[in-house]
Design a protein. Structure first.
Length: 178
């Protein structure tokens, strides 16, 4: 089964109400996310970044990276900045699929399974997992490679994905990429 690693909303300016809490969570999971990205590259697994553009519709990946690395959490972004040749999809809402070309990219690539990593577990990861599931993709979520704002909702979201969406939820080292 062909998989893709989908990195969700990791290019973040962290200039919002819950930023401090989220930044602490990202610091904890960033090594696992970076490791998954490196594994995907090493194993020649499709790597796709899907990121909110924060309403800047006239900007692309380069401008977004420049803007968020100028913010208060450069150290959380630099280790995972997508290479220029990495697939990059802009989104406006919570789900990586909602009104984006993500499904098209996956289908064109023969992808049957998505591994979702990034932030926020109880929001964008959960909604993207549901949208992947209803589109008949298998879903995997590395529990130590998704950041949350509220730990109790993080745990609940992982349980919901596992039970309601048949998602594989496991530590990143146990998640198969290829």
């Amino acid at each position: 089964m062909t998989s893709a690693l989908v990195v969700i909303d990791m290019l973040n300016s962290y200039e919002h109400e819950d930023a401090e809490v989220l930044m602490r969570s990202v610091r904890e999971v960033l090594p696992s996310i970076a490791s998954l990205i490196e594994r995907a590259k090493d194993e020649d697994v499709r790597l796709i970044y899907v990121n909110d553009n924060y309403g800047a519709w006239n900007q692309g990946r380069a401008e977004l990276v420049e803007r968020v690395t100028a913010g208060p959490a450069r150290d959380l972004i630099e280790p995972i900045v997508p290479a220029a040749d990495t697939d990059f999809v802009t989104k406006a809402r919570h789900s990586a699929f909602y009104e984006t070309p993500l499904e098209y990219l996956l289908r064109q690539g023969g992808i049957e399974r998505v591994v979702l990593t990034g932030q926020v577990t109880e929001q964008c990861i959960l909604y993207s997992a549901l949208d992947a599931y209803i589109r008949h993709f298998e879903v995997a979520v590395p529990s130590d490679a998704v950041a949350a704002i509220r730990p109790e909702l993080h745990d609940a979201a992982l349980t919901m994905m596992e039970l309601n969406m048949a998602a594989e939820v496991a530590p990143s080292t146990d998640i198969r990429l290829s």
